[in-house]
Design a protein around this ligand. Structure first.
Ligand code: SF4
Length: 224
């Protein structure tokens, strides 16, 4: 059996290996929950905003501190494919497992690429906020390198959070550009681990989640 993964499906492994195993091996997925649409709406308009600057060969104000150092990646055809959730940047391992990830944007510094990801949140950054995205960014860089592209050993997260409502109702968003170091070895280890988990017996329920135990107890009571 071969599998297909994206960084978002891999985040389920962190939540609970059993849920991940059930979803990938038995197609038993968690019920859909209500997902806030603000981040995807922001992603869409930010891509359009950045693309307008890319077409003019300029950097948007959010990246002025990088002026003279980088430019926005301007291969529009490739960007369209790499941004697609269905295609993204693909790589297939020796066993035939397909890994793919859809990026938001790329910067270019000479021959090297730098991944740029937009993040919308409700509140100012905490000291460790960026750490939650380390795996995702490592995976994007790993996939680019596997496809023959050189990437810098760092990447950028561009955070937006609402900061002010004006008298006329317009809302301001504060921006934070955070540079993080890329760890390719971490991505390699994640891919190895996911295949190991899926090829083994079903993992035990997560200790932080009581739902499996709740289901079992409920079924026993109903059977009585
Ligand atoms: S413990 Fe919770 S998260 Fe894990 S499989 Fe059971 S219901 Fe899913």
């Amino acid at each position: 059996m071969t599998y297909k993964f994206s960084p978002s499906s891999l985040s389920l492994l962190k939540d609970c290996p059993r849920c991940f195993w059930l979803a990938l091996n038995k197609n038993i997925k968690r019920p859909d929950s209500i997902f806030p649409s603000l981040p995807s709406g922001m992603d869409k308009i930010l891509k359009e905003h950045f693309d307008r600057f890319m077409k003019r060969g300029e950097l948007p104000p959010e990246l002025q501190q990088l002026k003279g150092e980088v430019k926005l990646f301007d291969n529009e055809e490739l960007l369209k494919v790499w941004r697609s959730n269905f295609k993204g940047i693909p790589w297939t391992d020796k066993k035939g497992n397909l890994f793919h990830g859809a990026i938001d944007n790329l910067l270019q510094k000479g021959k090297k690429l730098i991944v740029l990801d937009y993040k919308t949140r409700g509140y100012p950054l905490k000291e460790d906020t960026h750490e939650h995205y380390q795996d995702q960014m490592d995976i994007y860089n790993f996939l680019l390198r596997k496809n023959g592209y050189e990437t810098e050993d760092y990447t950028y997260l561009l955070f937006y959070h609402p900061s002010k409502v004006h008298e006329n109702g317009d809302v301001d968003f504060h921006k934070d550009l955070i540079k993080i170091k890329v760890n390719i070895k971490n991505a390699e280890n994640i891919f190895k681990k996911v295949v190991q988990v899926l090829e083994a017996e079903i993992p035990a329920p997560s200790e932080e989640c009581g739902f499996c135990e709740w289901v079992q107890n409920s079924c026993e009571i109903i059977k009585k």
